[in-house]
Design a binder for this molecule. Structure first.
Ligand SMILES: Nc1ncnc2c1ncn2[C@@H]1O[C@H](COP(=O)(O)OP(=O)(O)O)[C@@H](O)[C@H]1O
Ligand SMILES: O=P(O)(O)OC[C@H]1O[C@](O)(COP(=O)(O)O)[C@@H](O)[C@@H]1O
Length: 544
């Protein structure tokens, strides 16, 4: 099902067109500010401590001393609920056959035999299981009115061609994780793992954790295949699949790139499904971006059409962070960390030169998340240019000149897809093997334009760290994230799902139908809070 609707009206507002704030479910307690003891007549009365709740009473605590020597106390409101162990989480009251507002997942269960998970005996090592009907809320914010930031398109904006559309999502997504009932006998499972598209930190981590989790379920070591150099590795004669053993994947997370190799293009879906059938694969894991997930969806469709029972699971990979709904893609955080290092270097170069300009190009073909986030994180950027917002070269030049006049130097961060309006003619056009547009190189164009405008009276250091950023291993948070994604992908396959992808949404791990996330690339919202925060922080004017 394509949860998608053209037009700018927020689905949240459509569904709740007159937004009446719901009655609060819990009493709202005013926040108690630190107050001075010993009131003077003119001083406002200290806020009354709230009525004691069921547990304990409010206790004034001395937190410091005012300049006049008076004690400053803080009154902590008492907890309004009783903490009892083991009662967290609301249990659904919906009956099993009730129609639910959930992102629907395809499954192969009617073709498969259910059995107990091998972890039932020890209750998944004490960690418990995820219920099939455990859900994660997709709409986490209730807006006061249409004017509230973000209310206009609450579920997220996607761009189709030149048109911005609001996504329409149901209330819930199915929770990711291990099930008590599984739909594949681990001893009979044959699985394949493939990586496709551009590199991204974390590919090896995900491969490793898919292998470890399959082994953990009891899948024989010889039954896990690694497909070489992307999807074409399924059927190209010169690159046979390899057997992925635990030993082979040991330590691979410490290296960048992908131990399997990757490629663009060459996704002959019929040939791939022929191999899946021939090799008796019943689980295929595709680690890829919008393209790779589109391929995974096409493989699932073709499996169904040709009667091949195989669970196809995507793991969304995008260094550009351009996957719809997913809080962040694996590798993105690592990329931002590395990208801001380049920006810091640009600052050092620029500020050490007379009329220095540090110009850094970062990846981001159609989504400027890396440039935006790295600019924000670095705290040294004066201008950030992203694909989502067109700019006028003349206005940019004038502004950079002003910054140099004011502070002696300027740092500009440029996403590779920015300014495609100004490079017209410089672009050869066309697409790469996967159908992605080939862009003109905006970096040298901006560099030359600044040089011309400033009549050479500047010292420009142009830094292009793009491939260096992509090639590094994950930093710790991404490493952990990749583990959960790898495990989640395998749990999803054992649960009998197919045509799904796994990701972090609103801070919880969920399964989503692949079709939902591949409708369009996720892009920075130029009127959204994140972009607004950056331009406010760096004082960037509009260059369009
Ligand atoms: N719509 C599609 N249907 C089937 N396969 C696709 C589709 N789009 C891309 N692919 C294939 O998916 C693989 C990865 O796509 P690509 O765009 O290169 O990278 P990414 O997965 O990072 O977006 C390529 O082999 C490509 O041919
Ligand atoms: O030179 P390559 O390997 O085609 O990759 C360049 C592209 O790959 C990316 O890093 C990631 O793109 P994908 O998500 O399509 O793999 C883009 O930012 C960049 O435009």
């Amino acid at each position: 099902m394509l949860y998608r609707r053209a037009g700018a009206q927020s689905p949240a507002l459509r569904d709740r067109s007159v937004v009446v704030p719901p009655a609060p479910r819990h009493a709202v307690i005013p926040h108690c500010k630190a107050t001075e003891t010993g009131s003077s007549k003119s001083a406002p009365a200290p806020p009354k401590p709230p009525k004691p709740g069921p547990v304990g009473a409010s206790v004034p605590v001395t937190v410091g001393q005012a300049p006049d020597g008076k004690k400053v106390v803080s009154v902590t409101p008492p907890p309004q609920y009783t903490a009892t162990p083991y009662t967290a989480g609301r249990v659904s009251s919906a009956s099993l056959d009730e129609e639910e507002d959930v992102l629907p997942l395809r499954n192969l269960r009617k073709h498969l035999k259910p059995m107990d998970s091998p972890f039932v005996v020890d209750n998944n090592r004490g960690g418990g299981f995820v219920g099939d009907r455990d859900r994660v809320r997709l709409h986490t914010v209730e807006y006061e009115s249409q004017e509230s930031a973000g209310a206009f398109c609450a579920d997220g904006i996607a761009t189709f061609g030149d048109e911005d559309v609001c996504l329409v999502l149901p209330e819930w997504a199915i929770r990711c994780g291990p099930r008590k009932t599984i739909y594949a006998d681990p001893t009979q499972v044959s699985a394949a793992v493939v990586t496709c598209g551009g590199l991204c930190p974390g590919l090896n981590d995900v491969i490793q954790n898919i292998v470890y989790t399959l082994r953990d379920y009891g899948v024989p070591e010889d039954n896990i295949l690694g497909i070489k150099y992307g999807l074409r590795g399924f059927y190209e004669r010169d690159e046979k699949p390899i057997t992925l053993t635990s030993e082979m994947v040991d330590g691979v997370h410490l290296k960048g790139g992908t131990m399997l190799g990757t490629s663009r293009g060459g996704a002959n879906i019929k040939e791939i499904v022929r191999r899946i059938d021939l090799w008796g694969l019943n689980m295929v894991f595709v680690i890829g971006g919008n393209g790779g997930n589109a391929a995974a969806h096409a493989i699932a469709e073709e499996c169904e059409a040709s009667g091949v029972v195989c669970s196809v699971v995507g793991v969304p990979k995008s260094i550009d962070n351009d996957i719809l709904l997913v809080d962040r893609c694996f590798g993105f955080e690592t990329a931002v960390e590395e990208a801001q290092r380049a920006l810091l270097a640009a600052k050092v170069e620029a500020s050490s030169a007379h009329h220095g300009i540090g110009l850094v190009k970062l990846m981001g073909r159609q989504s400027g998340f890396i440039a935006m986030q790295a600019s924000m994180a670095s705290g040294v950027v004066d201008v950030c240019l992203i694909p989502e917002i067109q700019f006028d070269l003349q206005k940019l030049n004038e502004y950079v000149a002003k910054v140099i006049e004011r502070k002696g130097h300027c740092v500009v961060c440029l996403a590779e897809g920015a300014g495609q309006n100004v490079v017209k003619g410089a672009s050869k056009g066309g697409t790469d093997a996967s159908g992605n547009p080939i862009l003109a190189d905006i970096g040298p164009i901006v560099k030359d334009s600044l040089k011309d405008y400033l009549k050479g009276n500047c010292d420009i250091k142009y830094i292009d760290p793009t491939y260096m950023i992509r090639a590094i291993p994950t930093t710790t948070n991404d490493r952990v994230y990749c583990k959960v994604l790898g495990q989640g992908a395998v749990h999803g396959a054992f649960a009998g799902y197919t045509d799904i992808t796994v990701g972090l949404v609103n801070t919880h791990y969920v399964y989503m139908p692949i079709q939902t996330i591949i409708q369009a690339p996720r892009r920075v919202n130029p009127t959204g809070r994140r972009w607004n925060r950056l331009v406010s922080a760096i004082g960037q004017p509009n260059f369009s």
